[in-house]
Write a protein that binds this ligand. Sequence first.
Ligand code: NI
Ligand code: MN
Length: 246
Amino acid sequence: MLKLLVKCINIFYNFTYLKFIKMKITFYGHASLGIEINDIHILVDPFISANEKAAHIDIETLKADYILLTHAHQDHILDAEAIAKRTGAKIVSNYEIVMHYGKLGIEGHPMNHGGSWQFDFGKVKYVNAVHTSSFPDGSYGGQPGGFVIEADKTIYIAGDTALTYDMKLIGKGYDLDLAILPIGNNFTMGVDDAIIATRFLNCDRVLGYHYDTFGYIEIDKVRAKAKFDSRLKKLRLLDIGESMEV
Ligand code: NI
Ligand code: MN
């Protein structure tokens, strides 16, 4: 009887521990993500208030301790200022972007390519992306990037990028649990290149983003999933507001 009780207590503790260390990702449309790690809330590239497809998401209700920005384009930073000012969230991005928000009175943590930093939620590395990066007024937004986040799970957020050979370095350096890749084509890589990226990254699990928001990047989702399936890869596409556990 006592043995059974001890076993029950152990199961309970293991269960709560597993619950405690989970990583939850919520898709807020386009390239906007919420990541929850140990009750710390991270927003990535918030572009929500001008996205008609995300009209049911109220940015006033979003929690944020950190806002990670991959680059300075409007479709990635639009709501960062308002959310940072309301929540006191820290901006984590390249040097130029963090300086830009510093001038607006927003605290941040500047990084640059190849550098990593241990935050309270996990370790973040700012990695290469092949794209452009300027603020909506045309001012310089530094070089665009992506993030690798190492917490209980390890994820790669590619940002806006072409397929690059540099992705092989990420595949060699990390055992990724999930790769979040743009699949909309035209401004970033499309589905075919994203499938090649999974090989470079050595990661079969993909969350697709940066598609369907506007005309240039509309995709056939059924066909995209079928293409991944035919190469024995898994493409996950979330509804706007839907969450997944990594
Ligand atoms: Ni962009
Ligand atoms: Mn973009």
